[in-house]
Design a protein around this ligand. Sequence first.
Ligand code: PEP
Ligand code: MG
Length: 583
Amino acid sequence: MASFTLHGIPVSRGIAIGRAHLLTPAALDVKHYLVAEEHMEAEVRRLQEAIAEVHRGLQALWTDLPKDAPTELGAFIDVHALILSDPMISEAPLDIIRTRHYNAEWALVTQIDELSAQFDEIEDAYLRERKADIQQVAERVLKVLMGSAQLVPPPLSEGEYQPPMIVVAHDISPADMLQFRDRSFIGFVTDVGGQNSHTAIVARSLDIPAAVGMSQASSLVEQDDWVIIDGDAGVVIANPSPLVLEQYRARQALMLKARKKLLKLKKTPAVTRDGTAVTLLANIELPDDCPGALEAGAQGVGLFRSEFLFMGRAGHAHKIPTEDEQFEQYKKAVLAMKGRPVTIRTLDIGADKPLDQAEHTALNPALGLRAIRYCLAEPALFLTQLRAILRASAFGKVRMLIPMLAHAFEIDQSLAMIEQAKAQLREAGVKYDTGIEVGAMIEIPAAALSLPMFVKRMDFLSIGTNDLIQYTLAIDRVDYEVAHLYDPLHPAVLQLIAMTIAAGKKAGIDVAVCGEMAGDTKLTRLLLGMGLREFSMHPAQLLSVKQEILNSDLGAIMAQTRKIMRTCEPGAIAEAVEQLRIG
Ligand code: PEP
Ligand code: MG
């Protein structure tokens, strides 16, 4: 097989070498051809056998369900088995083979397309959503017909060897990505996505190499091809020659060695050469990330992206986690951090983190009903989350962080709702931390340009540079076609960050950066020079940032940073930031 190289956007460091596991939707890959009269019955049987095999697979899933599996999971399998037995699926495509001479895959897809169109007409939203079930069942049959792999291979049994796998897909939603947490996947490659799409962020939090915006990867790479991801360069090499493979293995070994060295810094306090202490916090998505955060020496959680508890709940009875479910998860994180502060961000749903793929209909989701806007429009949902967070605050130090604020009335309404949640808990005799701190994310330029409004009302600020860059430069952070315009060093972005840090200092309140800039070692000194003393990032980046801090001399850095802030020339800024880093 010929070797080829693809270039995309580097989103997560390191080198991964493994076999490709393709996640292309089977329906997109279906071959269309006509079957000769004499082979028609054989084609019919091929489809019947595939349907029977999927039936057996569903049966096996049923019998293998663990005892503690949620009851909805069984119901979910039942629904799929019922759909599969329906004549609309099990017989109609056979007629299409016989009458139109289509091959089995084409006949099935034709029938499903027709059914889907009928579903689109249905008014009842619940029934309309069943279209997705039908498509999933058809996908299962197609995959058997085409002999391709399942979405996620079953977990390995003990002692079983499988070569490390690299997921190659057109796109992977953050929720889907969560499925890969416990598997032997060592890298991700997607056709779409940008440096700071949430998919990229999740890849970084899993601490595995990834490259996105690879444009054609999912159609060029084939199942089981050997693939190298160079996460630092955003390069993917398929079917590498033995020589190239050898070179990458050597580089990989060197990186591992450097990493082992970093591990020794785990317990070293993050203090600059001239004695200024810096707080290093972790960004987490689920409470299970806490042990990893502690392992990396995090002094607390600076950003718990609570929306991950709300996503990917297809098999659950409730689309939204209940107050008790949420409380248990928040409490789990608080206890796991053993007295260190845990900053829980309230639900930041919408844009590239839709609660439900089917609801992803806003014309311009990044500018739409997202995050706090969504929560204020759904007060019952918001109050439920606020009560759950407050209840967890009785078990350790919890801080609340509100995303996407721009208006004073949004801050006031949020604070009023927090008071309402507190009152409800008091009435019910439930404990919470009465001194709980509430902070605002500064991630909309309007917020960074009206800081007095924020510092007056809030206990702390946290700069979400991912969105701040997106909204300042008017580029969609998930659109790879404008990814080259995503620039953390744009003078406008730097000014907004510096202003926020300065305003916090003047008002005597803490300011953190919790966007991706905080974990980028190329920017550590620049942020230190602006006065930042609280960095929140993926645990995987924490030790490298600490190493940078340990080698920094604040006096020199501050003088250079002041100079950078007076410059408006991108070339000069880039050069000065590089000097700052190596200097
Ligand atoms: C940000 O916008 O920088 C941020 C930290 O939040 P998120 O990436 O979850 O939008
Ligand atoms: Mg954000």
